[in-house]
Ligand binder design. Sequence first.
Ligand SMILES: *Cc1c(COP(=O)(O)O)cnc(C)c1O
Length: 732
Amino acid sequence: MSRTELAIEASSELGIATGLTAETLFEKCNALARNIWWSWQPEVINLFRDLDPIRWRQLDHNPIALLSEFTPERLEMRAAELVLFSRINHAYRRLKEYQTQRAAWAKTHTGVLGSKPVAYFSLEFGVHESIPIYSGGLGVLSGDHIKSASGLGVPLVAIGLFYDQGYFKQRLDETGWQQEEYIDTKVENLPMEPARGPDGKPISIEIATRTGRLLAKVHLMRVGRVRLYLLDSDVKGNSPEDRELTSRLYGGDNRTRIRQELVAGVGGVRALKALGISPGVYHLNEGHSAFATLEAIRERMKDDGMTFDDALRDVAQHTVFTTHTPVPAGHDRFDGGLIEEHLGPLRDELGISFEQLMGLGRVEPKNDHEPFCMTVLGLKLSRRANAVSGLHGHVSRRMWAHLWPWRVEEEIPIGHITNGVHVPSWLAWQMQQLYDRHFAPDWFSRMGNPEVWQAIHDVDPGELWETHHTLKNLLLSFVRRRVSRQCRRRGESEEAVEAARNMLDPNILTIGFARRFATYKRADLILHDLDLLDRIVNDPKRPMQIIFAGKAHPADQPGKELIKRIANLRHDPRFANRIAFIEDYDINVCRHLIQGVDVWLNTPRRPLEASGTSGQKAVLNGALNLSILDGWWAEGYDGYNGFAIGKGRSHVDWSITDRRDAEYLMETLQEEVIPLYYDRDIDGLPRYWIKRMMNSISTLGWRFSSDRMVADYVQHAYLPAAGGTSCDMNFR
Ligand SMILES: *Cc1c(COP(=O)(O)O)cnc(C)c1O
């Protein structure tokens, strides 16, 4: 008998022994694939990967797409070869337990939320690379928020839009210019099903405008214990144009934008009603979904017979608003014509005048020249508003002070809850195993707790360094694979492809920089003085290498110029083997980078980075942050847990700030980062560097986790809002 035949024979025996027929095996795998819970379970990820490692990678780590290539019989055969039965059974049992058990934390901490869940609105959700309905930080934050809500057991449902083309895929042409590609997502390969109402029928919603009506269907995605509802305008009955309304994230003009926001906000509240869900709290993650408040007012007037004023007060008491944008130009604004076209019929039902409605979105309600701002609506219609870091809180209070002219700045009612990241999603499996060996056995369910992380100081420095090096090597093979593929796609010479296959060196200090190429993030700060950079990266004893990635918004020409400049450094012999650009930054690229680099570089113009989260992901895996003292780093840095660029000051003239910061950056690299990294003991270990890695993990890991963040939202925002304590924001 061949090995396969033996395996099949063994499998049918095993199958009987464990009660697993081919069909149930197949069903169990599909059940695992249909709850995004799998994406933060290394055990289940490895299971899917083992089924077919090459296809797994080619299919963007999408388990539904992978399983669609298997028949139940082939799956059984493969499972037998790899002895996967007990692993599948075990994973499946854990999923069922997870879904049915109430989280311990929730029992003691979520009190009045009970049967009236939080409705969390966001226009993007980044839960996994195979589900392209996010563009960047805001989406990944929403994804991490709902994953932690699931883990902690917070009663919460999430509402967003389904974009069937998502955000664009990035390719660079031969000149280094960004090309955007929109690809139709195969809906059948996503873990979605029609959302059903109490009667078991798929629900749909309808919104009247002055010029017609908009329809949307609703998909349900399961993210652990949290249900994520995604509205989708691609339905019969909509005009061809409206069927494409929700096809792209951040696509189209201001009219597309307001229509998307109408569907998400007003449509979202209607969808909840159709589902039979009555939320105790509305959480608006950014102003995009703030129209939800107007629909919630309408509901109260209609269902409970409230007056407009009473309903407004009641909705504000139950609404939490999070702002993310520290620059005035970044906020959505619509002119009166667009507002009347889209909210006119709703306004009629509210019984308010056009001026009254516009007033809700204006700083000065009677200023006819002021457009309608979604952030102003969010601030006026929420009981609690917050920024996303301490520094961003200051900036936001100053920026919106004129909404409360009778108050001094400190009393402007915008607080802050600093962002955090979902540890199980961003922590490398190898690093998790190291923590498992040294942390308290229940550390995984207590990761918001500072003491848990202290144990990192007891880890053998060699063991931590070795784990880091394993991850660094994985990153370098990833970069080589991607860059050589990029060369091949552009039709470059065999030598170029071969050079890419061998680029970079695991023994060299490796810096990572990946984020949106918005100008304020200054990806080129490190390129300020190319001769100096040349000397640093090619230092014979203490060299350095840099890996870049990031997308520019399709309309952002300066952002694209920046990408071009960086990507083309590969034609400069001084940098060809020292600087890499990976195309198509997404959750997958981010995960590889933050898990494998030595240093995570962050160079925004202070104070324009509201929080930033990628550096928090890097912390978990032992990378050290080298960052401007902005966003989360302004409160995270303590002098011993990473590196600061500059002293946390900005000049009113950006060109002066940029030059100074560039000098600070090079100084910090030359005087602190590089010497520390190459200072080795007789075992070849950089003792002081490793000590700093440990400081970083112990002081920052718990504090910038999304478990801590969601717990803060529950305590400081959701519970007070659900209790409906009186509104202290008196605008009217
Ligand atoms: C985490 C993450 C971000 C956010 O990073 P910043 O530090 O805010 O720039 C953006 N994009 C992706 C794909 C991410 O995973």
